[in-house]
Design a protein around this ligand. Structure first.
Ligand code: PLP
Length: 376
């Protein structure tokens, strides 16, 4: 057996950058100044609106910023509660806290690892203002059930689609269905601008409010120059980043197809093991940002053993998100049962466009060894 140092490193994710991205970035660096300093931003927003099928888009410096702007635009603030799933990245919860509102953490469904609609409904109080649907690892929340609950109780339904480019719910793209949607173009995501994000909505009035908020409170038609009408935020994407984003969006179908190809390869190779992976219910398409295994309950499995086996073979594994309720920042919150049961049995697998079939085989072999070892 070759030692880890002789084997090529398998990263958990890696951007796909071609001559096109380099050409646009070079053009932006050379020419994108003065009156051209917004050209790629305008083009990027246009391309993204077309991809998603929405009326409005505002490019931002991150998904966290897009969520913060959107929630501020909806008037979420002190005393309000926003319901989200307990298994989540902190970026979904942080803007709620920044606005002085309270994240209410509820359980997830065992198959999608996303919001359990029954748990959402049970957590509604007179202070609840919004439901934040995070499409985890590309898996879709049950948007029909959540929309019905939101409508019944007069709540906003917000989509954090940072991980869900390429995911489609009954003909509608993730991020296009809620009061607003947020996406991330961080270097680990399916398409990237290095750092970056975007706010999208079909609501004209919300768009105007968020546009003003995103420009330090300066309205589009401000009559006095440098006269902010309120205190806003500064979460803008740069023209340089947008240039890379334009190239990535021209290649988006190819990049989503790459994610799906990698997932299918894992799915097929791991089919006989006692585990489940990202679901794709009838009528939906999963963008499969992160192929993830959840080992069946009752199978002796130690996540740390698998991650150590990956490490010894120069493979980057990644832990499933921790329950937010287990963080010190949310001390006092109890971890709901499904959230507690899943996260210690789950691992994200390496996935990127250029991953080799032999790399996937290496990852699969390590998983098989660890699970079979544990079973017998
Ligand atoms: C990556 C991610 C974010 C944060 O994105 P940034 O662009 O880093 O702010 C938010 N929510 C989810 C679900 C994410 O995966």
């Amino acid at each position: 057996m070759t030692s880890a140092s002789e084997k090529s490193r398998i990263h958990y994710t890696k951007p796909s950058i071609t001559e096109l991205e380099i050409r646009y970035a070079t053009d932006a660096a050379t020419n994108g100044w003065g009156e051209h300093c917004y050209d790629y931003i305008i083009r990027f927003e246009q391309q993204f609106r077309e991809h998603l099928g929405v009326r409005h888009a505002i490019a931002t410096s991150s998904a966290t910023g897009a969520l913060h702007l959107g929630m501020a635009g909806l008037g979420i603030g002190a005393g309000d509660e926003v319901i989200l799933a307990d298994i989540n990245w902190i970026a979904s919860a942080a803007p709620i806290v920044h606005l002085g509102a309270k994240p209410v953490l509820v359980d997830v469904l065992p198959d999608t690892w996303c919001l359990d609609p029954a748990a959402v409904e049970a957590a509604i109080t007179p202070r609840t203002k919004a439901i934040l649907a995070v499409h985890l690892y590309g898996n879709l929340c049950d948007m029909n059930a959540l929309a019905a609950i939101a409508q019944k109780h007069g709540l906003y339904l917000i989509e954090d689609a940072a991980e869900a480019i390429g995911s489609i719910w009954h003909g509608k793209r993730a991020g296009s269905m809620g009061a607003f949607g947020a996406f991330s173009f961080h270097g680990t995501k399916t398409i990237t601008t290095g750092e970056g994000g975007i706010f999208v909505t079909n609501d004209d009035a919300l768009f105007e409010r968020v546009l003003t908020l995103s420009n330090h409170g300066r309205a589009r038609g401000e009559t006095l120059q440098f006269w902010p009408e309120r205190i806003g935020y500064k979460y803008k994407m740069s023209n340089l980043q947008a240039a890379i984003g334009c190239a990535q969006l021209e290649r988006i179908d190819e990049l989503i197809a790459g994610k799906r190809r990698v997932f299918e390869a894992y799915k097929q190779a791991l089919a006989d093991l006692p585990l489940t992976m990202n679901p794709e219910p009838a009528g939906t398409t999963n963008g499969y940002w992160m192929p993830t295994i959840v080992v069946d309950e009752g199978v002796p499995f130690d996540r740390e053993t698998l991650l150590a086996a990956f490490k010894a073979d120069n493979i980057d594994g990644r832990v499933f998100f921790w329950p937010l309720s287990s963080l010190d920042s949310f001390s006092g919150a109890t971890t709901p049962p499904t959230s507690a049961a899943i996260s210690s049995r789950a691992v994200n697998l390496p996935s990127y466009d250029a991953i080799l079939t032999t790399d996937i085989q290496r990852v699969v072999c390590r998983i098989m060894e660890v699970i079979n070892d544990a079973q017998y």
